[in-house]
Design a protein around this ligand. Structure first.
Ligand SMILES: Cc1cc2nc3c(=O)[nH]c(=O)nc-3n(C[C@H](O)[C@H](O)[C@H](O)COP(=O)(O)OP(=O)(O)OC[C@H]3O[C@@H](n4cnc5c(N)ncnc54)[C@H](O)[C@@H]3O)c2cc1C
Length: 292
């Protein structure tokens, strides 16, 4: 079979976002292959991000909030945004939307495979997660989506409440009202040494019990250790920046690149143009680097 035009390694948020935007063009210069080591997509995370009103249709938040707070044990400051609101969207909704668009394109192939070889495609977009050990700061968090028996009455997002210093960094509580009777509470550490999830889970349960007594039940959990900061990943075919809040940047990066991908109705060869290519744009906008 002919060599792919683009090989997207890792069909997570970044890989699927790029493939989804490419898929808007019916005639591509060659095949696009997405290699993803997961067999299926599950609703494994809740994406949260800042957005302006005019970005609603593109970012498709399932809930938005105007107010957010930051505080410690003694005080809390609530701020209200005019231009920017805070939105959330489930991973499931993002994956489903993207996969529908991608699956309908005859030149794009999604493969369940783990890549540990050097791809031969003309362009390689490597989005495999970097090695946590090569970063100095880690974001460790555990989250519980709780259904409350009565409306919880929480009206604003807590970005960093109950902020405190710990042995290895800082800890805070992140809280999003997802609907009238659902909240996501996440205790989060920014730390030099990854925190045990059980410690953060216990903090979530303690807060839920203190706030709602027995009037809540856990409907879903999520947890992760995410590297923070920017560092070249030598062992990858390319390298990319990484931090814990990329969702919006990635979405914005793809849409910014779109005019370049499809200039004059003709998709550009990502390699061949002397002009600013989508690759360069993506690098600026989302920290993506495509190795060609
Ligand atoms: C529970 C959770 C909650 C989060 N919440 C937020 C949030 O609210 N806002 C935000 O901006 N960010 C959030 N993040 C961070 C978020 O994951 C990143 O913003 C985003 O997913 C990064 O996208 P990515 O494509 O770089 O990585 P991923 O989405 O992780 O995609 C990488 C993909 O590569 C695949 N892969 C790995 N190794 C291989 C291999 N050898 N071969 C082929 N495929 C491979 C993986 O299976 C994965 O699908 C959260 C992360 C988690 C885990």
């Amino acid at each position: 079979m002919d060599t792919p035009w683009v090989h997207i390694v890792g069909g997570g948020l970044a890989g699927l976002s790029l493939a989804r935007e490419i898929a808007r063009f019916p005639h591509l210069p060659g095949r696009v292959v997405i290699s993803e080591s997961r067999k299926d997509y599950t609703n494994d995370r809740t994406f949260s991000f800042w957005l302006r009103k005019d970005q609603q249709a593109f970012l498709k938040p399932q809930s938005t909030h105007r107010a957010w707070s930051i505080g410690d044990a003694n005080s809390q400051r609530v701020m209200v945004g005019d231009t920017y609101h805070y939105g959330t969207r489930s991973a499931e909704s993002f994956y489903t939307d993207a996969m529908q668009i991608i699956a309908a394109h005859p030149q794009i192939e999604w493969r369940h495979e783990s890549v540990d070889f050097a791809p031969t495609a003309q362009c390689v977009f490597d989005s495999r997660p970097p090695n946590l050990k090569s970063f100095e700061v880690t974001q460790s968090f555990h989250g519980i989506v709780a259904k409350t028996r009565h409306p919880h009455g929480i009206e604003h997002v807590s970005l960093m409440d109950d902020l405190k210093v710990t042995d290895n960094g800082i800890r805070f509580r992140y809280l999003i009202p997802l609907s009238d009777d659902h909240v996501l509470v996440e205790h989060t550490d920014f730390t030099s040494k990854a925190t045990e999830f059980a410690v953060l889970r216990d903090a979530n349960e303690a807060w839920l019990t203190q706030t709602f007594a027995t009037q809540w039940e856990c409907t879903r959990t999520e947890q992760a250790h995410i590297p923070m900061g920017v560092r070249p990943i030598q062992e990858h075919f390319g390298f990319r920046s990484e931090h814990g809040a990329q969702w919006r940047a990635m979405q914005q990066g793809t849409v910014t690149s779109e005019p370049n991908i499809g200039r004059n109705g003709q998709p550009l060869n990502l390699l061949g143009s002397a002009n600013v290519t989508p690759i360069a744009r993506l690098r600026v906008n989302a920290g993506w680097i495509v190795c060609c």
